[in-house]
Design a protein around this ligand. Sequence first.
Ligand SMILES: [Zn+2]
Length: 139
Amino acid sequence: MLTYYCPRCWQIVDEKDKTCPHCGFSLEEFSNQEYHQKLLDALHHTIPERRLIAAQIIGNLKIQQAVPLLKEILANETEDYYFLRAILIALAKIDHAERMAIIENATHHPSSLVRSFAQQILQKIKNNEPIETWDKFSG
Ligand SMILES: [Zn+2]
């Protein structure tokens, strides 16, 4: 099940909403491509919660073009563990050629929490655990 967010105010909206019930933003005229770009931009949002939500949606939508940016964040961000964890889960969900190498790299991350979570994710991928059950890790 996917949760939909208004790309302007980031409140939860219904999939069928034509305009955002919170801020009135027209959801119909907003193309997927614009939405994906908004999500990528939101990975650098100053509010940690928004960065987290963006990472979760990127994973759920399996946005391939986000992978280089996710890789870059893993290489440079060291403080925000919950964000990094959401990034790792997103990477795990996106079927991309570099996916395993990036997650392997994260097992050498400066944060021991990130290292250990990257190990868990690798194990889950190798065991072929269904991706849907991983969401409980992001809570
Ligand atoms: Zn809105």
